[in-house]
Design a protein. Structure first.
Length: 163
């Protein structure tokens, strides 16, 4: 259940982050694609952070080299997730939730160098400073709560696709 819980922790934190940011910049809330209090793409990003961290842990690397390699890998992977997510959302739901065409180093609507570097930096900070706390939090989540969240998430996806 570790990966399930990490997915939901990051999805819910991402949902809150997006809504707070949207409220500050646009004075509105945006629930995103799904009805529930989760942002799927942040859950995937959180899983990537954990997986890359575990992958690199098996190698005996200098700490700074490990940080640099983590940053490069996570930046590339999160850029791919952001690009694929934007394309899928537009294709399936006919909505555009972010558009970077006004950014200098954009590649279409969904990715740009400036944001990609920022996501990589944020993921690196989270990995080395916040993830240890989230790992302790994850251990306290009861299995029944994880199962309930899985059920609600599946229902949310079904209702979203139907509507």
């Amino acid at each position: 259940m570790y990966y399930v819980n990490i997915f939901f922790i990051f999805s819910i934190i991402g949902f809150l982050f997006e809504n707070i940011l949207n409220f500050i910049t646009n004075d509105t809330f945006n629930s995103g694609i799904l009805y529930g209090p989760w942002a799927f793409i942040y859950g995937l990003g959180g899983l990537l952070i954990v997986v890359i961290n575990k992958f690199l842990a098996q190698y005996k690397l200098n700490k700074w080299l490990k940080v640099i390699i983590f940053y490069i890998i996570i930046t590339i992977l999160m850029t791919i997730v952001e690009f694929a997510g934007g394309m899928l959302i537009e294709h399936i739901f006919h909505r555009v939730y972010w558009d970077y065409t006004n950014m200098r180093f954009n590649y279409g609507k969904y990715i740009c160098l400036e944001v990609s570097l920022g996501w990589g930096f944020l993921a690196t900070v989270i990995n080395y400073s916040v993830l240890p706390f989230l790992n302790r939090l994850e251990k306290k989540i009861p299995v029944i709560l994880s199962i309930i969240l899985i059920g609600l998430f599946i229902l949310d996806i079904i209702f979203t696709l139907i509507n």
